[in-house]
Design a protein around this ligand. Structure first.
Ligand code: ADP
Ligand code: MG
Length: 247
């Protein structure tokens, strides 16, 4: 525990909230603390992700403890893996449940695509059972059309990555059910909760009706209005700030 606190000090991590889990010092820590999937660890190493970045050290244990998170760390600090690693582990843990369980919202198609690519790398060769690989989709124009035409079963995917408008469009057309989503992640949350998007973001939130819904926000900056919204929609959130002057 002392080492973990030293670690937090070394990267000037400012973590606030109730019952804060200790950070991890290495990805191997996940094996002992959370019976982490060995295949997932192999995928990290094969992609040369050998040591967690500070935001990953802090966020991964929080997410694996099913805590709501407001995370703020600079651009390029590894926020994508900070939410993807625990999400994949939680989907593996919940392999009995069929249908959409993880939803990642990004303000732009380009960013959504980058998240998708990282997610595909990490999920390589992971099977939920002998026949069923973990299914991840980017909600593209063509996938959205296939869902609406029922060419693809909406229960096929475990994780979907989307921009707000495209997601709302399929939900309004009753082509995608969000009521079983257990993990809702807002990337670049400052933009998603800004004037341009806040209405859509609210729509998404009200479609995710599962009682055990866990929410996370990741951003390089958390303006005070976003912080306010976070506090109003989240349950006992933990706030993680890495590398800011106030830390
Ligand atoms: P952010 O979202 O915070 O701006 P990204 O998630 O896009 O940052 O990550 C920035 C870069 O760092 C990416 O190229 C990513 O693959 C790389 N990266 C992330 N985590 C690690 C890690 N633990 N070890 C090495 N590289 C990493
Ligand atoms: Mg990012």
């Amino acid at each position: 525990a002392k080492d973990a606190l030293e670690l937090r000090k070394s990267y000037k991590g400012n973590v606030t909230g109730q019952d804060i889990p200790l950070p991890i010092g290495s990805f191997e820590d996940l094996i002992t603390r959370f019976s982490f999937d060995k295949r997932l660890l192999t995928n990290l190493i094969e992609n040369h992700f050998t040591e967690p970045t500070p935001i990953q050290c802090e966020s991964i244990p929080l997410a694996l403890n099913s805590r709501d998170i407001v995370a703020c760390a600079p651009t390029g600090s590894g926020k994508t893996l900070a939410f993807l690693i625990p999400l994949l582990q939680q989907i593996i843990n919940d392999k009995e449940t069929l249908g959409l369980k993880g939803l990642i919202i990004s303000p732009t198609k380009e960013l959504a695509n980058q998240i998708f690519i990282e997610c595909i790398k990490l999920s390589n060769k992971i099977f939920l059972d002998k026949k069923r690989p973990l299914q991840i989709a980017l909600l593209s124009k063509s996938l959205s059309a296939k869902l609406k035409n029922k060419v693809i079963n909406e229960k096929k995917y475990d994780i979907i990555i989307s921009t707000p408008l495209r997601l709302i469009d399929v939900v309004k057309n009753e082509a995608l059910d969000l009521s079983k989503v257990k993990h809702l992640i807002f990337d670049e949350a400052d933009k998603l909760f800004d004037k341009t998007f806040v209405e859509q973001t609210d729509d998404i939130l009200s479609s995710c009706t599962d009682n055990s819904l866990r929410k996370a926000m990741f951003s390089a900056t958390i303006p005070s209005n976003v912080e306010e919204i976070a506090n109003s929609i989240m349950l006992d959130p933990i706030r993680v700030i890495i590398g800011h002057k106030e830390a």
